[in-house]
Design a protein around this ligand. Structure first.
Ligand SMILES: NC(=O)c1ccc[n+]([C@@H]2O[C@H](COP(=O)([O-])OP(=O)(O)OC[C@H]3O[C@@H](n4cnc5c(N)ncnc54)[C@H](OP(=O)(O)O)[C@@H]3O)[C@@H](O)[C@H]2O)c1
Length: 267
């Protein structure tokens, strides 16, 4: 209704005029979700792409779960590659909310601090020559699910730590487009590779993701800001190009655009 606080997904997809860097926008209702009363606009602005992508990656495993809720991942070990990234951050938070034990890999200490703040119980450095042994020490039978940002670089690591019937959900091509897989070793473990792109996952997945994300918001499980592992950087509408430049420069965290100067959010 009028005045409802909302968050968006796929705002500008096939609708160039519907992008969210403007004060007023018209969107199809299925791309708009009520923002729970306890959630901030900063959270709402940070969700659309990363949290839905993370949700999908966490719900594609052969043995489920197909939906996330508290307890859905209890007893499972999830490996999140790149836990200081925006998607990685959301994956850690959603996996923890659902009860998983979360291992994440990062490039160094600053990102390790962020991934720890996000809630990962085990934070490792992916360049550590002993990273496989360290993961095996935490998960002797292997990890159940891998949320993968850099398959070209991590395919060997992933094979070395995935358990029988485990799944590897790939949502990005950081570090390269080509992956070489040892076919025999993968089929020997009945491993599943699942690729994920928000634009093609389908409306039913987006809807289910939004419901779960809202439940996690109500539970306070999707905090943002440096203290929660996701630094926020701000510009206003007049400096939208700066926001793009910041993203292109590889800034750590989310870049938010305040769309209305002097606008005071109600909550
Ligand atoms: N499939 C989809 O629907 C979808 C949705 C959202 C985003 N994406 C894509 O996903 C990627 C990440 O997006 P984002 O917003 O999360 O970006 P981001 O905030 O830049 O995060 C990427 C993270 O990956 C880490 N990383 C890079 N190489 C790695 C490796 N070999 N092992 C472990 N971690 C590694 C980076 O840290 P270091 O470089 O320090 O390691 C960084 O923290 C982008 O390519 C984006 O286009 C895809």
């Amino acid at each position: 209704g009028v005045g409802d606080r909302v968050w968006l997904a796929l705002a500008a997809y096939q609708r160039a005029n519907s992008g969210s860097a403007q004060e007023y926008a018209m969107l199809p209702a299925e791309r708009v979700f009520l923002l729970p009363a306890n959630a901030s606009f900063d959270q709402g602005a940070s969700l659309g792409v990363p949290a839905i992508t993370a949700y999908r990656a966490l719900t594609v495993a052969e043995d489920g779960p197909w939906r996330l809720h508290p307890g859905a991942l209890t007893g499972k070990v999830v490996l999140v590659a790149g836990g200081a990234g925006a998607v990685g951050h959301a994956a850690i938070q959603l996996a923890r909310w659902a009860g998983a034990s979360v291992i994440t890999t990062v490039s160094g200490p600053a990102k390790a601090a962020l991934a720890t703040a996000a809630g990962a119980q085990h934070v490792l450095t992916y360049t550590d020559p002993d990273v496989v042994a360290r993961i095996r020490a935490i998960a002797p039978d292997g990890v159940d699910l891998i949320v993968e940002v850099a398959p070209a670089q991590n395919a060997r690591l992933d094979l070395a730590v995935i358990r029988n019937r485990g799944s590897i959900a790939v949502y990005a091509n950081n570090g390269g487009d080509q992956v070489t897989l040892d076919v025999r070793q993968h089929f020997s473990l009945s491993v599943r590779y699942q690729f994920v792109l928000l634009y093609t996952v389908g409306a039913d997945v987006i809807r289910a993701a939004a419901e779960a994300i809202n439940a996690a918001l109500v539970d306070g499980a999707l905090a943002v800001g440096e203290e929660a592992g996701l630094p926020l950087h701000r510009t206003d509408l007049a400096h939208t190009a700066d926001a793009h430049a910041l993203v292109e420069s590889g800034v750590v965290g989310k870049v938010l655009i305040d769309v209305s100067v002097g606008f005071a959010p109600a909550a």
